[in-house]
Design a protein around this ligand. Structure first.
Ligand code: 5GP
Length: 125
């Protein structure tokens, strides 16, 4: 069920629990402000989620309120994870779902990194 990305941050969401270490994840990389881990239900041979550790519901929230340090850290980690998983040469896809029409289900900003195979068209009709 897609979430309303305009709602206040819910500290009980599943990714908040992963950040706090209350739930496990298959970690790919971690920095001061960001965390990358494998998606539990991969939709491509490589399907990694990159999240900020801070309490941001969505890209909208993050881009408006995060510090420059958090934004730089997050952006660089997305690129580093792609390079570190051999995605750059063959190409890959980044996706952030935002809110109801975007189909966002977890109310903590995450960027999906897909790779490892041809990914087909951007959206199905
Ligand atoms: P959204 O639709 O919000 O953009 O994507 C949420 C993603 O989170 C989905 O791809 C889903 O498989 C993934 N996910 C949901 N719960 C968990 C979890 O507990 N652990 C991990 N690693 N991924 C999860």
């Amino acid at each position: 069920m897609p979430i309303d990305a305009t709602l206040p941050y819910d500290s009980d969401n599943i990714f908040a629990k992963i950040v706090r270490g209350e739930l496990p994840c298959n970690k790919v990389a971690e920095t001061e402000h960001s965390l990358a881990f494998h998606d539990i239900n991969p939709l491509a041979p490589i399907h990694i989620l990159v999240i900020p550790k801070g309490k941001y519901v969505s890209w909208d929230d993050f881009s408006a309120k995060a510090s420059d340090a958090e934004i730089v850290d997050f952006t660089r980690l997305v690129g580093k994870v792609a390079r570190g998983n051999g995605c750059v040469e063959q190409g890959y896809r980044l996706l952030a779902n935002i809110g109801k029409r975007g189909g966002q289900e977890v109310p903590h900003l995450h960027v999906h990194l897909f790779g490892g195979a041809p990914l087909g068209p951007m959206l199905s009709a």
